[in-house]
Design a protein around this ligand. Structure first.
Ligand code: SAM
Length: 248
């Protein structure tokens, strides 16, 4: 069993691929002002697109959803058709590290739980170029709520994302990238559990039964189960922050 095969078998069947929920997507969207009637929106690292569908519903605009894993995009295309949103949502299979859109093409760039793939600051700078002057960027990013951390939390983030930092430090990066930070809020615990970790725990149990004779698969599943456990015990130490900012 190859790690990535099992990873996608786990993730493809979840309602979403990272923390977040429609209420938080809507809350962030409503913090943006002066939008055109039909904004052009780019959703980077859309996964199977829970937030893309919500953006399609609430923006009344044209949403382009970008990811580099085709099965996520296939599912989003199916769900967009079922929701009657196939005319407003399009998908593109491309790496966010090779985005070749014209500068200034979008009114809104959105990215939930994915910008870190480019590095937060570098990702912000790339998004800025894609925005029209006065355009909006909304992103979620893993953050630390305190700097003194229990050893297992420190170890976990050192392996997963050593660049994780505080809300204040991220706001400094937002300014350094040429944005005005307009608002930010913490994703509630329910946005981690209801659409993400809850279904993931159930799926891990199912896969553990399926691969009960495969020691490597079981060890990988245990790593992911432990990740959920760390969050459940230490959600006061880290989480996701929604940052809403405007291009100067
Ligand atoms: C943590 S998931 C978030 C998905 C979705 N936004 C959500 O919140 O459920 C990160 C997403 O980024 C995508 N991704 C990772 N590296 C990428 C890259 N270089 N280019 C485009 N997408 C990428 C993954 O396929 C995955 O769908």
């Amino acid at each position: 069993m190859r790690k990535w095969d099992l990873f996608f078998e786990l993730y493809e069947n979840l309602p979403r691929q990272g923390p977040g929920d429609n209420a938080s997507t809507r809350k962030a969207y409503r913090m943006m002002r002066g939008l055109p009637d039909r904004p052009r929106v780019l959703d980077i690292g859309c996964g199977n697109g829970m937030q893309t569908l919500e953006l399609g519903r609430i923006s009344g605009g044209d949403v382009l959803a970008l990811d580099n894993h085709q099965p996520f995009l296939d599912r989003l295309n199916r769900d967009a058709r079922s929701a009657g949103l196939e005319r407003s949502i399009r998908t593109v299979n491309r790496s966010m590290k090779a985005m070749r859109f014209e500068d200034g093409s979008f009114d809104i760039v959105w990215s939930e739980g994915a910008l870190y793939q480019m590095g937060f600051l570098k990702g912000l700078k790339r998004c800025r170029r894609l925005l029209k002057p006065g355009g909006w960027l909304a992103v979620t990013e893993a953050v630390l709520f305190r700097t003194r951390l229990p050893a297992e939390v420190r170890r976990f983030w050192r392996e997963e994302y050593p660049d994780i930092t505080t809300v204040g430090e991220n706001i400094r990066k937002i300014r350094a990238a040429g944005f005005t930070p307009v608002a930010h809020f913490r994703l509630p615990v329910r946005a981690w559990i209801t659409p993400f970790y809850g279904p993931m725990e159930k799926r891990i149990r199912g896969l553990a039964r399926k691969y009960r004779d495969d020691a490597r698969a079981l060890a990988l599943l245990e790593t992911w189960r432990k990740e959920i456990d760390i969050y459940r015990r230490h959600s006061d130490c880290f989480g996701y922050e929604f940052f809403i900012m405007r291009r100067e």
